[in-house]
Design a protein around this ligand. Structure first.
Ligand SMILES: [Zn+2]
Length: 257
């Protein structure tokens, strides 16, 4: 049974020295598909090159990351829209609101998030959400855009049980990664109360490495540690975790199971 890493930044500088080895290690571990969320236009060509090198394994998203909403936001958004029209992407992401790094750009982040959701809806694409210290702000925009054409993944979910249920009510799956293995990660306390069909696996590599690699560079091969932790939390065999999360992933990205 193959695993899917629904969120991995394989194209960033942290992998410049050994990118191919990192990808091969993950494939050897049973990771068959890698979904690459976008950050900003600086990485577009690198992502396209990687997709060309691994067409059977790599899937791309297009979007402007909330921490990269800066003075050039108008140009960056224009780039997102142009690329969505030019190339086949699997999702619009990662998009959302981050008030941890910079609160001063909130209004621009809200506008960029809302605009990109609408582009996803017009193209019948899922969205992949980044939310840090901004649950109410994110939910406010989801509420305004809710409907059958709103669906996707709430990436790196770190909220409460109530936040989780609210996210699921907007047709979103929760992206579960290294945080589930952290002693103070909190989500392990209530995850078992949620149906497995609402979870997808992710690493967010090179960030948020699971225990025992916490604090070091993360890579997609470590997704098996997340599977192992979910198997403890749900008291189910690892095969069941992989199967249910893979089905949930295919549902989001509308690919055949
Ligand atoms: Zn990310």
């Amino acid at each position: 049974m193959k695993m899917i890493d629904t969120h991995t930044h394989l194209y960033v500088e942290a992998f410049d020295d050994d990118r191919d080895e990192v990808i091969q290690r993950a494939i050897a571990k049973g990771v068959d598909e890698f979904y690459l969320p976008a950050i900003d236009s600086a990485y577009t060509q690198r992502m396209l090159d990687l997709e060309k090198a691994y067409p059977a394994h790599i899937r791309l998203m297009m979007g402007l990351h909330p921490t990269h909403v800066k003075e050039n936001v108008a140009e960056e958004l224009k780039h997102v829209e142009q690329m969505l029209d030019q190339h086949l992407y699997t999702a619009v992401g990662e998009i959302g609101i981050d008030l941890y790094w910079d609160k001063s750009t909130l209004a621009a982040q809200q506008k960029a998030f809302d605009q990109q959701i609408k582009w996803a809806q017009e193209r019948e694409l899922p969205i992949v959400i980044h939310c840090r210290d901004a649950f109410e702000e994110v939910f406010e925009i989801l509420e305004e855009n809710k409907g059958e054409d709103l669906f996707g993944i709430f990436h790196c979910f770190t909220g409460t049980l109530e936040d989780a249920q609210r996210a699921i009510s907007y047709n979103l799956k929760l992206g579960i990664g290294g945080v589930a293995t952290f002693k103070n990660g909190k989500i392990d306390q209530f995850l078992a109360q949620l149906p497995l069909s609402s979870l997808v696996l992710e690493t967010d590599a090179p960030y948020l490495a699971p225990v025992p690699h916490r604090g070091k560079r993360n890579e997609s091969a470590y997704i098996s540690l997340v599977v192992n932790r979910l198997s403890e939390i749900y008291a189910l065999p690892e095969e069941e975790i992989i199967k249910a999360t893979s089905i949930a992933t295919k549902e989001v990205f509308k690919t055949k199971p």
